[in-house]
Design a protein. Sequence first.
Length: 461
Amino acid sequence: MTARGIRHSEDDEDLGVEEVLALVKEDRDTAAMPSPQDGTGAHDSPAPLRHQAAPRAADGRHKATPWPEARETAARAARAGVRRALVSVPLDAALGLVLAAPLTALTDLPSFDTSAMDGWAVAGPGPWAVRGEGVLAGQAEHEPLADGEAVRIATGARIPLDTTAVLRSEHGRTDDKGRLHASRELPHGQDIRPRGQECRSGDHLLAPGTLVTPAVLGLAAAAGYDTLTAVPRPRADVLVLGDELLTEGRPHDGLIRDALGPMLPPWLRALGAEVTAVRRLGDDAEALHRAITGSDADLVVTTGGTAAGPVDHVHPTLRRMGAELLVNGVEVRPGHPMLLARTKENQHLVGLPGNPLAAVSGLLTLAEPVLRTLAARPAQEPYALPVTDAVHGHPYDTRLIPVVLRGDRAVPLHYNGPAMLRGVAAADALAVVPPGGARPGQEVELLDLPWAAAGIGVCFT
């Protein structure tokens, strides 16, 4: 995922989540580059609906939400009414968070003149008489040098007063009288890192909205920080539904292994969430109601039960709660029966289909925009590549197809049915295939999988 900094003014102060979200410029969000199949426009979506009968098109088909619009709706829902306290976290817990305050230098960097090389600190022109005791990193200030004097010095050590240059070890030699000579010209200030070369105390180093990477942690430590003010990770509860699911062993007697229980928590962590609970409820409407109403997570993710079968309890439970249904089905394959609802103030629920690849589709369509927006993380920059082979399309809906990236092309993978994980397990990205399919060489939008580039998005613990 691409990490983007945000330009800021010199008078930036600590910001609330709402202001950080604005800085991250969510208007360049998932629907910022409308797909060719989206004729509605990113901002033409209807107002959210309370639970009601699903609308139908003129031909009688279920009228689901177009895929780009669904992603924008999810991001917009997370933006609306966000009330999340910022957190102060130690550096070792800040990786992957977003800065909620400017990173301002607490000291000059370096904080004193230091040697950039192993060698000798020298004063004036050579040759030089060498002092017996050298200067090491971490030592207090050394006594000043007089003209014609030199002292052994280590990289990072504090430069003695009146030093004019550092002579590198490989560029110096001593004669039989112990005097030091330079083997080449030695300019004034050579290999001395002057105090404040990188920054002065009070300089703005990074803006609010910056993703905390390993390099950011290093800069913060160097600048004197022990903690960072950041947007907290959104908390997610996972509810695995289905009486037919096994947690161990091989499938048998009509029972199948639960693939989503092991897959969803690390995937949600890779999307920036803190997974606070994983519960297996079976097909139990009362248990589902208790689990949702008792959750204080920012996002509840359910698996299966989003259709209208006899044990599909998600819609009836949401109606019973008076939840606000924001997305009821999406024009995407696999994953058509996914949903998004606002269950209470500051809490949303993403209902994923029970088929594994359909659930992946739901994660990237609805859960990813919600989590990213709550965490104030930047959206992936939209990009497209040509596909090497023709890809069969749905007549009306977008398709998400696993692909591997080979140079500047995307290679579609087989085993891309809604119940299959074999394709996505080998994939680098999902290709967004418009209705009707894609011909060889046609460019399609790509959604990177969070671990494909081994970037900051990878956070499995």
